[in-house]
Design a protein around this ligand. Structure first.
Ligand code: 13P
Ligand code: SF4
Length: 360
Protein backbone atom coordinates (compact mmCIF):
# COMPACT_ATOMS: atom_id res chain seq x y z
CA UNK A 1 0.00 0.00 0.00
CA UNK A 2 1.40 3.41 -0.93
CA UNK A 3 1.49 6.18 1.71
CA UNK A 4 -1.18 8.04 -0.23
CA UNK A 5 -3.45 4.96 -0.22
CA UNK A 6 -2.86 4.56 3.50
CA UNK A 7 -3.68 8.21 4.07
CA UNK A 8 -6.91 7.78 2.11
CA UNK A 9 -7.97 4.99 4.45
CA UNK A 10 -7.58 7.06 7.59
CA UNK A 11 -10.81 9.05 7.14
CA UNK A 12 -12.78 5.78 6.72
CA UNK A 13 -11.39 4.39 9.94
CA UNK A 14 -12.12 7.68 11.64
CA UNK A 15 -15.72 7.75 10.36
CA UNK A 16 -16.45 4.25 11.62
CA UNK A 17 -15.25 5.04 15.14
CA UNK A 18 -16.84 8.49 15.23
CA UNK A 19 -19.45 8.81 17.94
CA UNK A 20 -22.63 10.85 17.75
CA UNK A 21 -21.02 13.23 20.28
CA UNK A 22 -18.07 13.70 17.90
CA UNK A 23 -20.48 14.59 15.11
CA UNK A 24 -22.71 16.93 17.10
CA UNK A 25 -20.24 18.34 19.65
CA UNK A 26 -20.64 18.84 23.38
CA UNK A 27 -23.08 21.23 25.04
CA UNK A 28 -22.72 22.63 28.58
CA UNK A 29 -24.68 20.87 31.34
CA UNK A 30 -27.56 23.20 32.32
CA UNK A 31 -28.22 24.48 35.79
CA UNK A 32 -31.23 22.60 37.18
CA UNK A 33 -32.58 25.14 39.68
CA UNK A 34 -36.31 25.81 39.99
CA UNK A 35 -36.11 29.52 39.22
CA UNK A 36 -39.11 31.84 38.67
CA UNK A 37 -38.24 31.74 34.95
CA UNK A 38 -38.42 27.92 34.92
CA UNK A 39 -41.69 28.01 36.88
CA UNK A 40 -43.19 30.40 34.32
CA UNK A 41 -41.93 28.49 31.27
CA UNK A 42 -43.24 25.15 32.56
CA UNK A 43 -46.56 26.42 33.96
CA UNK A 44 -48.54 25.38 30.81
CA UNK A 45 -47.06 21.88 31.10
CA UNK A 46 -47.97 21.63 34.78
CA UNK A 47 -51.52 22.62 33.89
CA UNK A 48 -51.73 19.42 31.78
CA UNK A 49 -50.43 17.10 34.52
CA UNK A 50 -51.76 18.77 37.67
CA UNK A 51 -54.31 15.99 38.24
CA UNK A 52 -51.60 13.37 38.29
CA UNK A 53 -48.38 15.04 39.56
CA UNK A 54 -48.65 16.63 43.04
CA UNK A 55 -47.61 20.32 43.17
CA UNK A 56 -44.90 19.47 45.72
CA UNK A 57 -43.13 17.28 43.14
CA UNK A 58 -43.12 19.85 40.34
CA UNK A 59 -40.03 21.86 41.47
CA UNK A 60 -38.01 18.62 41.25
CA UNK A 61 -39.21 17.81 37.71
CA UNK A 62 -39.69 21.19 36.03
CA UNK A 63 -36.00 22.21 35.68
CA UNK A 64 -35.13 18.96 33.86
CA UNK A 65 -38.21 19.23 31.64
CA UNK A 66 -37.29 22.83 30.82
CA UNK A 67 -33.66 21.93 30.10
CA UNK A 68 -34.67 19.06 27.79
CA UNK A 69 -37.03 21.30 25.85
CA UNK A 70 -34.21 23.80 25.26
CA UNK A 71 -31.69 21.09 24.36
CA UNK A 72 -34.10 19.57 21.85
CA UNK A 73 -34.03 22.81 19.86
CA UNK A 74 -30.24 23.12 20.11
CA UNK A 75 -29.79 19.58 18.78
CA UNK A 76 -32.64 19.82 16.21
CA UNK A 77 -34.01 16.71 17.89
CA UNK A 78 -37.49 15.24 18.09
CA UNK A 79 -38.67 13.11 21.01
CA UNK A 80 -40.89 10.19 20.00
CA UNK A 81 -42.56 8.74 23.10
CA UNK A 82 -44.62 5.61 23.48
CA UNK A 83 -47.94 5.76 25.33
CA UNK A 84 -46.33 3.84 28.24
CA UNK A 85 -43.95 6.65 29.17
CA UNK A 86 -44.57 8.32 32.52
CA UNK A 87 -46.60 11.61 32.48
CA UNK A 88 -43.53 13.82 33.04
CA UNK A 89 -42.10 12.49 29.74
CA UNK A 90 -45.39 11.98 27.89
CA UNK A 91 -46.80 15.44 28.63
CA UNK A 92 -43.57 17.27 29.52
CA UNK A 93 -41.02 16.68 26.76
CA UNK A 94 -42.46 14.45 24.02
CA UNK A 95 -43.05 15.97 20.57
CA UNK A 96 -44.94 12.98 19.24
CA UNK A 97 -46.72 10.37 21.34
CA UNK A 98 -48.49 7.26 20.17
CA UNK A 99 -48.69 3.53 19.76
CA UNK A 100 -46.06 1.52 17.88
CA UNK A 101 -47.67 2.15 14.49
CA UNK A 102 -48.01 5.91 14.98
CA UNK A 103 -44.39 6.19 16.15
CA UNK A 104 -43.14 4.18 13.16
CA UNK A 105 -45.04 6.44 10.77
CA UNK A 106 -43.77 9.60 12.48
CA UNK A 107 -40.19 8.34 12.20
CA UNK A 108 -40.60 8.49 8.41
CA UNK A 109 -41.99 12.05 8.48
CA UNK A 110 -39.71 14.01 10.80
CA UNK A 111 -37.11 16.36 9.37
CA UNK A 112 -35.18 16.57 12.65
CA UNK A 113 -31.51 15.54 12.65
CA UNK A 114 -31.89 13.48 15.80
CA UNK A 115 -34.63 11.16 17.04
CA UNK A 116 -34.67 10.45 20.77
CA UNK A 117 -36.80 7.33 21.15
CA UNK A 118 -38.53 7.17 24.50
CA UNK A 119 -39.66 3.59 24.44
CA UNK A 120 -37.89 0.27 24.09
CA UNK A 121 -35.04 -0.83 21.86
CA UNK A 122 -37.09 -2.38 19.03
CA UNK A 123 -38.91 0.97 18.65
CA UNK A 124 -35.62 2.84 18.31
CA UNK A 125 -34.40 0.26 15.81
CA UNK A 126 -37.60 0.69 13.81
CA UNK A 127 -36.97 4.44 13.69
CA UNK A 128 -33.39 3.85 12.54
CA UNK A 129 -34.56 1.37 9.89
CA UNK A 130 -37.01 3.96 8.55
CA UNK A 131 -34.68 6.96 8.90
CA UNK A 132 -31.20 5.55 8.24
CA UNK A 133 -29.65 8.99 7.75
CA UNK A 134 -30.80 10.30 11.10
CA UNK A 135 -29.08 9.87 14.43
CA UNK A 136 -31.35 7.75 16.62
CA UNK A 137 -30.74 7.77 20.36
CA UNK A 138 -32.29 5.69 23.12
CA UNK A 139 -31.81 7.02 26.65
CA UNK A 140 -31.14 3.51 28.02
CA UNK A 141 -29.78 0.78 25.75
CA UNK A 142 -30.99 -1.88 28.21
CA UNK A 143 -34.67 -1.06 27.55
CA UNK A 144 -35.56 -4.41 25.95
CA UNK A 145 -38.77 -6.40 25.51
CA UNK A 146 -39.67 -9.99 26.42
CA UNK A 147 -41.34 -10.44 23.02
CA UNK A 148 -38.34 -9.20 21.04
CA UNK A 149 -36.09 -11.47 23.08
CA UNK A 150 -38.22 -14.57 22.44
CA UNK A 151 -37.16 -15.10 18.82
CA UNK A 152 -34.05 -14.83 16.64
CA UNK A 153 -33.44 -14.52 12.91
CA UNK A 154 -32.26 -18.17 12.88
CA UNK A 155 -35.59 -19.20 14.46
CA UNK A 156 -37.46 -17.46 11.62
CA UNK A 157 -35.27 -19.15 8.99
CA UNK A 158 -36.11 -22.48 10.66
CA UNK A 159 -39.84 -21.72 10.50
CA UNK A 160 -39.49 -20.83 6.82
CA UNK A 161 -37.67 -24.10 6.04
CA UNK A 162 -40.23 -26.23 7.86
CA UNK A 163 -43.24 -24.35 6.43
CA UNK A 164 -42.44 -23.44 2.83
CA UNK A 165 -44.83 -20.96 1.26
CA UNK A 166 -46.49 -19.87 4.52
CA UNK A 167 -46.19 -16.06 4.89
CA UNK A 168 -44.44 -14.94 8.07
CA UNK A 169 -45.74 -11.77 9.67
CA UNK A 170 -43.70 -10.25 12.46
CA UNK A 171 -45.17 -8.14 15.21
CA UNK A 172 -43.18 -4.87 15.39
CA UNK A 173 -41.88 -6.03 18.81
CA UNK A 174 -38.89 -7.85 17.27
CA UNK A 175 -35.28 -7.06 16.44
CA UNK A 176 -34.22 -5.70 13.04
CA UNK A 177 -32.57 -9.09 12.33
CA UNK A 178 -35.92 -10.84 12.77
CA UNK A 179 -37.82 -8.25 10.71
CA UNK A 180 -35.29 -8.75 7.90
CA UNK A 181 -36.33 -12.43 7.65
CA UNK A 182 -40.08 -11.76 7.56
CA UNK A 183 -42.53 -10.89 4.79
CA UNK A 184 -44.24 -8.00 6.52
CA UNK A 185 -44.50 -6.32 9.86
CA UNK A 186 -47.66 -5.56 11.87
CA UNK A 187 -48.63 -3.80 15.09
CA UNK A 188 -51.58 -4.39 17.38
CA UNK A 189 -53.39 -1.62 15.44
CA UNK A 190 -53.35 -3.44 12.12
CA UNK A 191 -52.57 -7.14 12.81
CA UNK A 192 -55.95 -8.38 11.52
CA UNK A 193 -55.69 -6.29 8.34
CA UNK A 194 -52.15 -7.58 7.70
CA UNK A 195 -53.14 -11.22 8.32
CA UNK A 196 -56.02 -10.95 5.84
CA UNK A 197 -53.98 -8.97 3.27
CA UNK A 198 -52.28 -12.14 1.95
CA UNK A 199 -55.54 -13.75 0.80
CA UNK A 200 -54.25 -17.19 1.90
CA UNK A 201 -55.68 -19.64 4.42
CA UNK A 202 -52.63 -19.91 6.71
CA UNK A 203 -50.03 -17.41 8.01
CA UNK A 204 -47.54 -17.19 10.85
CA UNK A 205 -47.91 -14.24 13.21
CA UNK A 206 -44.83 -14.17 15.41
CA UNK A 207 -43.71 -13.88 18.20
CA UNK A 208 -46.68 -13.09 20.49
CA UNK A 209 -48.80 -16.22 20.90
CA UNK A 210 -51.61 -14.24 22.55
CA UNK A 211 -51.83 -11.55 19.89
CA UNK A 212 -51.82 -14.33 17.26
CA UNK A 213 -54.60 -16.18 19.10
CA UNK A 214 -56.67 -13.01 19.52
CA UNK A 215 -56.33 -12.17 15.82
CA UNK A 216 -57.07 -15.82 14.93
CA UNK A 217 -60.35 -15.53 16.84
CA UNK A 218 -61.47 -12.74 14.50
CA UNK A 219 -60.67 -14.28 11.11
CA UNK A 220 -61.09 -17.43 9.03
CA UNK A 221 -57.35 -17.39 8.31
CA UNK A 222 -55.44 -19.98 10.36
CA UNK A 223 -52.95 -17.96 12.42
CA UNK A 224 -49.90 -20.03 13.39
CA UNK A 225 -48.01 -18.95 16.49
CA UNK A 226 -44.54 -18.67 18.05
CA UNK A 227 -44.30 -19.27 21.80
CA UNK A 228 -43.52 -15.68 22.88
CA UNK A 229 -45.44 -13.47 25.31
CA UNK A 230 -45.33 -10.00 26.80
CA UNK A 231 -44.30 -10.35 30.43
CA UNK A 232 -46.59 -7.45 31.38
CA UNK A 233 -49.82 -8.47 29.63
CA UNK A 234 -49.62 -12.21 30.23
CA UNK A 235 -49.88 -11.59 33.99
CA UNK A 236 -53.50 -10.43 33.76
CA UNK A 237 -56.12 -13.13 34.36
CA UNK A 238 -59.81 -13.42 33.43
CA UNK A 239 -60.63 -14.21 37.08
CA UNK A 240 -59.00 -10.93 38.16
CA UNK A 241 -61.25 -9.05 35.71
CA UNK A 242 -64.36 -10.87 36.98
CA UNK A 243 -63.36 -10.00 40.58
CA UNK A 244 -62.93 -6.33 39.66
CA UNK A 245 -66.37 -6.27 38.05
CA UNK A 246 -67.85 -7.47 41.38
CA UNK A 247 -66.10 -4.84 43.50
CA UNK A 248 -66.46 -2.03 40.95
CA UNK A 249 -69.98 -2.38 39.55
CA UNK A 250 -70.43 -0.64 36.20
CA UNK A 251 -66.70 -0.49 35.45
CA UNK A 252 -65.77 -0.67 31.76
CA UNK A 253 -62.80 -2.90 31.08
CA UNK A 254 -60.61 -2.40 28.02
CA UNK A 255 -57.67 -4.66 27.24
CA UNK A 256 -54.61 -4.81 25.02
CA UNK A 257 -54.51 -7.76 22.56
CA UNK A 258 -51.17 -8.91 24.02
CA UNK A 259 -53.33 -10.24 26.91
CA UNK A 260 -54.38 -13.91 26.90
CA UNK A 261 -57.60 -14.55 24.86
CA UNK A 262 -59.66 -15.36 27.97
CA UNK A 263 -58.78 -11.88 29.33
CA UNK A 264 -59.74 -10.24 26.03
CA UNK A 265 -63.02 -12.22 26.09
CA UNK A 266 -63.85 -10.72 29.51
CA UNK A 267 -63.17 -7.16 28.32
CA UNK A 268 -65.65 -4.68 26.83
CA UNK A 269 -63.13 -3.65 24.16
CA UNK A 270 -59.66 -4.68 22.99
CA UNK A 271 -57.24 -2.63 20.91
CA UNK A 272 -53.79 -1.11 20.62
CA UNK A 273 -52.71 1.48 23.17
CA UNK A 274 -53.83 4.29 20.82
CA UNK A 275 -57.19 2.62 20.23
CA UNK A 276 -57.66 2.20 24.00
CA UNK A 277 -56.93 5.89 24.57
CA UNK A 278 -59.38 6.91 21.82
CA UNK A 279 -62.01 4.62 23.33
CA UNK A 280 -61.78 6.36 26.72
CA UNK A 281 -61.63 9.87 25.27
CA UNK A 282 -64.64 9.27 23.03
CA UNK A 283 -66.85 7.13 25.29
CA UNK A 284 -66.04 8.91 28.58
CA UNK A 285 -67.10 6.01 30.80
CA UNK A 286 -67.77 6.85 34.44
CA UNK A 287 -65.26 4.20 35.56
CA UNK A 288 -62.68 2.39 33.46
CA UNK A 289 -59.93 -0.17 33.86
CA UNK A 290 -57.18 -0.30 31.25
CA UNK A 291 -55.69 -3.78 31.13
CA UNK A 292 -52.23 -2.80 30.00
CA UNK A 293 -49.05 -1.14 31.28
CA UNK A 294 -50.20 1.21 34.01
CA UNK A 295 -48.44 4.49 33.16
CA UNK A 296 -50.85 4.80 30.26
CA UNK A 297 -53.80 5.26 32.61
CA UNK A 298 -51.93 8.19 34.25
CA UNK A 299 -51.40 9.81 30.86
CA UNK A 300 -55.04 9.52 29.86
CA UNK A 301 -56.32 10.40 33.34
CA UNK A 302 -54.57 13.75 33.20
CA UNK A 303 -56.61 14.58 30.09
CA UNK A 304 -59.92 13.08 31.26
CA UNK A 305 -60.38 14.14 34.90
CA UNK A 306 -64.10 13.25 34.66
CA UNK A 307 -63.26 9.53 34.26
CA UNK A 308 -62.48 7.39 37.31
CA UNK A 309 -59.53 5.06 36.56
CA UNK A 310 -59.27 1.77 38.45
CA UNK A 311 -55.62 0.80 38.11
CA UNK A 312 -54.53 -2.84 38.25
CA UNK A 313 -50.89 -1.79 38.05
CA UNK A 314 -48.53 -3.89 35.92
CA UNK A 315 -45.43 -1.91 35.00
CA UNK A 316 -43.13 -2.73 32.10
CA UNK A 317 -39.64 -2.77 33.66
CA UNK A 318 -38.11 -2.05 30.25
CA UNK A 319 -40.22 1.00 29.46
CA UNK A 320 -39.58 2.29 32.98
CA UNK A 321 -35.82 2.42 32.30
CA UNK A 322 -36.51 5.62 30.37
CA UNK A 323 -36.44 8.58 32.75
CA UNK A 324 -36.22 12.37 32.44
CA UNK A 325 -32.62 12.36 33.72
CA UNK A 326 -31.56 9.81 31.12
CA UNK A 327 -33.25 11.82 28.34
CA UNK A 328 -31.30 14.87 29.48
CA UNK A 329 -28.03 12.92 29.41
CA UNK A 330 -28.96 11.47 26.06
CA UNK A 331 -29.28 14.92 24.49
CA UNK A 332 -26.23 16.33 26.25
CA UNK A 333 -23.91 13.42 25.52
CA UNK A 334 -25.61 12.17 22.32
CA UNK A 335 -26.03 8.65 23.71
CA UNK A 336 -26.92 5.78 23.33
CA UNK A 337 -26.76 5.71 19.56
CA UNK A 338 -28.80 2.97 17.86
CA UNK A 339 -26.99 1.46 14.90
CA UNK A 340 -28.38 -1.14 12.51
CA UNK A 341 -26.28 -2.95 9.93
CA UNK A 342 -27.27 -1.30 6.60
CA UNK A 343 -27.82 -4.64 4.83
CA UNK A 344 -30.12 -5.84 7.62
CA UNK A 345 -31.83 -2.45 7.80
CA UNK A 346 -32.65 -2.45 4.10
CA UNK A 347 -34.35 -5.90 4.31
CA UNK A 348 -36.12 -5.01 7.56
CA UNK A 349 -37.29 -1.73 6.01
CA UNK A 350 -39.14 -3.62 3.30
CA UNK A 351 -41.16 -5.48 5.94
CA UNK A 352 -42.00 -2.27 7.83
CA UNK A 353 -42.75 -0.25 4.68
CA UNK A 354 -45.08 -2.97 3.35
CA UNK A 355 -47.07 -2.54 6.56
CA UNK A 356 -47.09 1.26 6.39
CA UNK A 357 -48.09 1.26 2.72
CA UNK A 358 -50.90 -1.19 3.43
CA UNK A 359 -52.47 1.40 5.67
CA UNK A 360 -52.83 4.08 3.01
P1 13P B 1 -48.97 -0.66 20.94
O1 13P B 1 -48.66 0.67 21.50
O2 13P B 1 -48.62 -0.74 19.51
O3 13P B 1 -50.37 -1.08 21.21
O4 13P B 1 -47.99 -1.73 21.66
C1 13P B 1 -47.98 -1.99 23.01
C2 13P B 1 -46.69 -2.48 23.49
O5 13P B 1 -46.61 -3.34 24.30
C3 13P B 1 -45.48 -1.85 23.03
O6 13P B 1 -44.45 -2.39 23.67
FE1 SF4 C 1 -42.39 -5.62 25.55
FE2 SF4 C 1 -44.58 -6.02 26.97
FE3 SF4 C 1 -42.86 -4.16 27.77
FE4 SF4 C 1 -44.34 -3.78 25.54
S1 SF4 C 1 -45.08 -3.94 27.61
S2 SF4 C 1 -42.14 -3.41 25.78
S3 SF4 C 1 -44.48 -5.87 24.76
S4 SF4 C 1 -42.46 -6.36 27.66
Amino acid sequence: MTPSQAAMMIPDAAVSSETALDRFGPLPRPDLAFTPQVAEATAPIYEKVKHIIPAIEWPALAPTIHAINILKKQRNAVILAHNYMTPDIFHGVADIVGDSLQLAIEATRTDADVIVQCGVHFMAETSKILSPDKTVLIPDMKAGCSLAESITAADVRGLRERNPGVPIITYVNTSADVKAECDICCTSSNALQVVESFGVDKVFLIPDKYLAANVGNKTDVEVLIWDGACEVHERFTAQELRDYRKIEPGVKIIAHPECPPEVVAEADFAGSTAHMIDWVKTRRPEKVMMITECSMADNVASETPDVDFIRPCNLCPHMKRITLNKILDSLLEMKEEVVVDPAVASRARQAVERMINLKS
